[in-house]
Design a protein around this ligand. Structure first.
Ligand SMILES: C[S@@+](CC[C@H](N)C(=O)[O-])C[C@H]1O[C@@H](n2cnc3c(N)ncnc32)[C@H](O)[C@@H]1O
Length: 241
């Protein structure tokens, strides 16, 4: 298995690089669903970076039990500074592709969060990640995903493609990230038994915020109800994920 990308050297500057390039849009995208998820008792948060999202989540939901997985020790050190000492957050430094989150004491989780994280992987890796999540997520769990996307409108599409390509190049040089294009995370999540419930776009579709729900198992757990959801049915076929 490949080594995770090395985000340590970006940890201190991460938020400033982000503000410089996208203003407050990425943080807006992360926060879009916070009201929907604060009532979840147990959350699994992947690759939250310097934890601006998680700090806000536990500020609003101080009783929430959270396990946060990130490969970068320096990102986790920044997180520890940001989190209040009475928050119920356990920080786990691990490669998400090798981390048995199903064995975590907080499992089963009601909520999984991955902001700008799935784009670090290709589809085969995402299938591995989804299998780990499925071993840890309860029935009916929600998975909130923020990510980049290529817009559909012609000019926005070209600009979006340039922005995303530039980001991949920068992360390859700075962190050793091997992924070179946005994965089709929607296909992998659907194949893994998740159903898209809602999708919102920012910046003409360059940023998306999605809420997925784990399909309920039928009978002996072999089969999943995985009908196209309303959110997916509303998307034109070329844009379904
Ligand atoms: C692009 S940053 C996103 C950070 C943050 N979620 C955000 O919204 O900006 C990716 C984060 O995922 C972590 N990461 C990348 N690959 C990982 C892996 N294989 N396992 C665990 N964490 C990983 C990095 O250390 C970094 O904190």
């Amino acid at each position: 298995m490949n080594e995770p990308a090395r985000f340590d050297r970006l940890a201190r500057l991460y938020r400033w690089i982000e503000y410089f390039s996208f203003g407050s849009y990425l943080q807006q995208c992360r926060m879009l669903r916070i009201v929907e998820i604060v009532a979840s008792p147990r959350a699994l948060v992947y690759g939250d970076g310097d934890f601006r999202f998680l700090a806000e989540l536990v500020r609003r939901a101080p009783e929430m039990q959270v396990a946060a997985v990130d490969a970068s020790g320096e990102m986790l050190r920044q997180a520890a500074k940001r989190l209040s000492s009475d928050a119920h957050v356990r920080l786990e430094q691990a490669d998400a592709l090798a981390c048995e989150v199903g064995a975590f004491p907080e499992a089963p989780f009601d909520l999984v969060v991955s902001h700008f994280f799935l784009d670090c992987f290709d589809e085969a890796e995402l299938a591995v990640l989804a299998a780990h999540v499925n071993a840890a997520a309860g029935e009916g769990a929600v998975w909130v995903v923020s990510d980049f996307s290529i817009p559909r409108l012609p000019v926005a599409r070209q600009v979006g493609w340039l922005v995303v390509s530039g980001l991949y190049l920068a992360f390859r040089l700075l962190t050793g990230l091997r992924t070179r294009r946005l994965p089709d995370h929607g296909r992998v999540m659907r194949d893994s038994g998740w159903r898209l419930e809602d999708r919102r776009a920012l910046l003409l579709g360059l940023l998306v915020s999605e809420r997925w729900r784990r399909s309920y198992r039928m009978n002996d757990g072999e089969q999943h109800m995985n009908m196209p959801s309303n959110a997916e049915a509303r998307l034109p076929p070329s844009h379904r994920i």
